[in-house]
Design a protein around this ligand. Structure first.
Ligand SMILES: [Zn+2]
Length: 426
């Protein structure tokens, strides 16, 4: 197949005319790495280019490969620094004493600016594929804008929010995407190329809360060969899923964005006069309720006897709105199974279950269950599901979970499941 159409944005990516954008798109890691296509092809400075949400592809015939346009360098050259500062609160480029240094030494010098902000540093390196390729090198200092601090790199801008804003929680790092900003700035020469081939498929944005299971001292299931810890798997897939859903225009909240507990500072959140794992779970539910979640999806990977494998999804049959919970769970389950099937994974006899069958304290899972003596404030999201994406404890499943392409496939499937649920609801 030489062409792929994306209903999400209304643009396609192809290998036509010897310009292998689709092959390169897949090689970089697909939507998770570069975002959805955001323009048709057009010519810019004599090169064939195409805008993606995160980057702009430029076809280099001499190397038969794609280079990324350094969007923020181009905006600087075009005199857009003031526009970026006022409209997008983007710092101006700083000066680095890297004249005469080798490329490696200059890159190391520029990356050192990240040490001043661990959260931004984490976001910089937390990308699908090579971080320098995805982001470009830092070109500014970390600058304080009052409600957030920002770092400009060649292709994207990182913003760490000091206070909660409608699109981010306090402490969260958001990424302003170069392709989208180049479109917004109006520097692209071919306006016609920005008109979608057909209209995007979705028409409203939902509040979606993704809960990467476990975190910090609470590791979840784990194994040594391959080294696999549930809390890391769930966070990685959650981040990929967040990129995809934000690209679709949804408001996405992660209950955690780092390897840490959610109950910080440690408080007795469910009022049982103890501080324990239940308070961490209550903190997750509280985040979903604060976000007015339409959808809540908790991500896990199972642990159990070594022979057990497969995907399973849970919902609460005793809860109000159980029909909607079940509908979401069914959609999530089939998408996750399809995501791993090309790699030899599957359901292996598992399916969609009422979570009451798990025999948790007071009969229910905490994050998607009803009010019980341990759940002070139950989850109010319209539809809720908890998916166990394969078994960390099974060798074959673990080999799949260790693979970046399988994780990417799971994230893309979960994004499709969310879209499918939302479109059926309308
Ligand atoms: Zn788990």
């Amino acid at each position: 197949m030489g062409s792929r159409f994306f209903v999400e944005t209304g643009f396609s990516v192809s290998d036509s005319d010897g310009v292998r954008f689709l092959s390169e798109f897949d090689r970089f890691g697909g939507v998770g790495a570069v975002g959805y296509p955001a323009s048709r092809r057009f010519t810019w400075d004599g090169f064939t280019v195409q805008v993606f949400q995160r980057v702009i592809f430029q076809w280099r015939p001499e190397s038969h490969s794609v280079a990324f346009v350094n969007v923020f360098d181009r905006l600087h050259e075009a005199g857009y620094d003031d526009w970026l500062a006022s409209v997008r609160q983007t710092p101006p480029p700083g000066s680095f004493a890297d004249a005469g240094l080798s490329w490696d030494a200059a890159a190391a010098l520029r990356l050192r600016v990240l040490d001043r902000d661990p959260a931004i540093k984490h976001a910089y390196f937390d990308v699908v594929g090579d971080p320098i390729q995805a982001n470009g090198l830092p070109v500014s200092d970390i600058v304080d804008f009052g409600n957030h601090v920002a770092l400009r790199s060649q292709r994207v801008v990182f913003q760490r929010w000091k206070v909660g804003v409608p699109w981010a929680r306090a402490g969260q790092v958001t990424v302003a995407l170069g392709g989208d900003i180049a479109k917004e700035a109006g520097i692209l020469p071919d306006r016609a190329a920005l008109v979608p081939e057909t209209a995007p498929s979705h028409s409203f944005a939902a509040s979606i809360v993704i809960d990467p299971g476990h975190g910090g001292a609470e590791s979840g299931a784990a194994r040594d060969v391959p080294v696999l810890i549930e809390k890391d798997v769930t966070l990685d897939i959650a981040r990929r899923l967040a990129v995809l859903l934000r690209g679709l225009g949804h408001r996405v909240t992660l209950t955690r964005t780092a390897d840490a507990e959610v109950n910080v500072p440690a408080l007795d959140r469910n009022g049982d006069r103890r501080i324990d794992v239940d308070d961490d779970l209550q903190a997750r539910v509280d985040i979903a309720n604060d976000a007015d979640a339409d959808l809540f999806v908790s991500l896990h990977s199972n642990g159990g006897p070594p022979a057990l494998r497969g995907v399973a999804t849970y919902y609460c049959a005793d809860c109000t709105d159980s029909t909607r919970h079940r509908s979401l769970a069914v959609t999530v389950q089939s998408a996750a199974v399809e995501a791993v099937r090309p790699y030899g994974g599957g359901a292996f006899g598992a399916g969609v279950y009422d979570e009451a069958g798990l025999g948790k304290p007071y009969g229910h899972l905490f994050v998607i269950g009803p009010k019980t003596p341990r759940v002070a404030r139950p989850n109010r999201a319209e539809a809720q599901a908890l998916v166990e994406m394969l078994f960390v404890s099974n060798a074959a499943d673990a080999a799949l979970l260790a693979r970046s392409d399988v994780r990417g496939s799971l994230a893309e499937a979960l994004a499709r499941a969310v879209e499918a649920y939302l479109s059926e609801r309308r």
